[in-house]
Design a protein around this ligand. Structure first.
Ligand SMILES: NC(=O)c1ccc[n+]([C@@H]2O[C@H](COP(=O)([O-])OP(=O)(O)OC[C@H]3O[C@@H](n4cnc5c(N)ncnc54)[C@H](OP(=O)(O)O)[C@@H]3O)[C@@H](O)[C@H]2O)c1
Length: 340
């Protein structure tokens, strides 16, 4: 068994994803040597507690990754583009939560249950962690791809405010607190998010797709190694604190029945089927929040197209959608068995 301790950096340690990484390092008893939390200048000097020790937050600076085995990047694309290569140069593996390297052909885009095998574990490199909406989608698609083949995927996602980081989460909480006074200010989102449903996540391209929708379409094809897969995505922001929900229409290549689909999903690690609609039992954001698994339910077939199936997929965007997937990548490259 691997007994080594690893020195870990977290860039963006004070953010929602960074804090979830810290919780998971504890929860999974990650063999931690040193923890080096990084954030903006305004957070420098704060202390964070992980595995019963205090760690001081510092700003990024030249040579700040020296001696680290692993760096989780939990900031935006620009900072990742600048700092991830420096971490690799210092000898660390980088697991990047931003979108900066996801579609870079030199970088693997990894969901460990699906394609960890593609990573060369001997060579420090940047490994991209997919978009949160993509991760839970491919977790539900992969078992169906293996068992029946995929022809076409359509997904409409209903995404929580924490998907937009701490500012998004805080904006919903502020609007709830100020609701009775009627002072609802939109800053992070283009409109008031409380009591609303906003069909925009990111900016729009000439074809009318939002940047979030384009990420889901491209990343899904890359992770599933099916470049010709037809994928169309719609992304909607909803006033839910944590966990994204998705309505998915999937056309299979082969005929299937409900039983075999449920079995394929249930047998896949990290997926749970909750599907007794007559008893109002199906996945919910409240059920998924704080959980590691991706939940699937409402599995039913289109009456007019026997190969078209529908399902409802829910996952915690901060856990499997971000930090948990990142830690699983690290455990995979270092051959660490999580002590749960
Ligand atoms: N939220 C999700 O569900 C989710 C899921 C998948 C991927 N992601 C991606 O993960 C990344 C982090 O998202 P988040 O939701 O955690 O965002 P967040 O809550 O807004 O946190 C951003 C973090 O970046 C830090 N930061 C900002 N400027 C910095 C600088 N100049 N130097 C060092 N650190 C700096 C912030 O530090 P301060 O506290 O000091 O400002 C904070 O720790 C983003 O790329 C996001 O797209 C997020």
């Amino acid at each position: 068994m691997n007994q080594k301790n690893y020195n870990v950096g977290i860039v963006g340690a004070t953010g929602l994803v960074g804090q979830t990484f810290i919780k998971l390092l504890e929860e999974r008893h990650f063999p931690l040597g040193e923890l080096r939390p990084f954030a903006s200048e305004s957070s420098a000097g704060k202390t964070l507690i992980c595995q019963n020790k205090k760690w001081e937050v510092t700003a990024l600076q030249k040579n700040c990754f020296k001696g680290l085995d692993l760096v989780f990047i939990a900031t935006g694309d620009e900072l990742s583009l600048e700092w991830s290569p420096q971490a690799v140069e210092a000898g660390a593996f980088v697991v990047d939560n931003s979108a900066a390297f996801r579609m870079n052909p030199q970088c693997e885009l990894v969901v460990p249950e699906i394609n960890l095998k593609s990573v060369d574990k001997k060579r420090p490199q940047i490994i991209a962690n997919p978009n949160c909406t993509t991760i839970q989608l491919v977790m539900a698609l992969k078992p169906l791809q293996d068992a029946f083949g995929l022809e076409d995927v359509k997904v409409s996602s209903y995404q929580s405010v924490s998907g937009a980081g701490q500012p998004g989460y805080d904006e919903l909480m502020d609007q709830i607190a100020n609701f009775k006074r009627g002072e609802l200010k939109a800053k992070t989102f283009p409109h008031t998010i409380l009591n609303n449903v906003i069909p925009q996540i990111g900016s729009f391209n000439a074809e009318g797709f939002s940047s979030e929708e384009v990420k889901v379409m491209k990343e899904t094809r890359k992770i599933l190694s099916q470049p010709d897969l037809s994928v169309s995505a719609f992304a909607v922001r909803v006033p839910v604190p944590v966990s994204h929900s998705e309505a998915v229409w999937v056309t299979l290549r082969e005929d299937a029945n409900r039983e075999s689909i449920v079995k394929a999903l249930q047998d896949f690690p990290g997926v749970q089927v909750v599907d007794e609609p007559q008893k109002s039992q199906y996945p919910l954001a409240q059920m998924a929040t704080g959980k590691d698994d991706v939940f699937v339910g409402r599995i039913h077939r289109d009456p007019e197209n026997t190969k078209l199936w529908m399902m409802w997929v829910v996952g915690d965007n901060l856990k499997k959608g971000a930090a948990l997937n990142g830690i699983q990548i690290a455990e995979g490259i270092f051959d660490i068995q999580p002590a749960l």
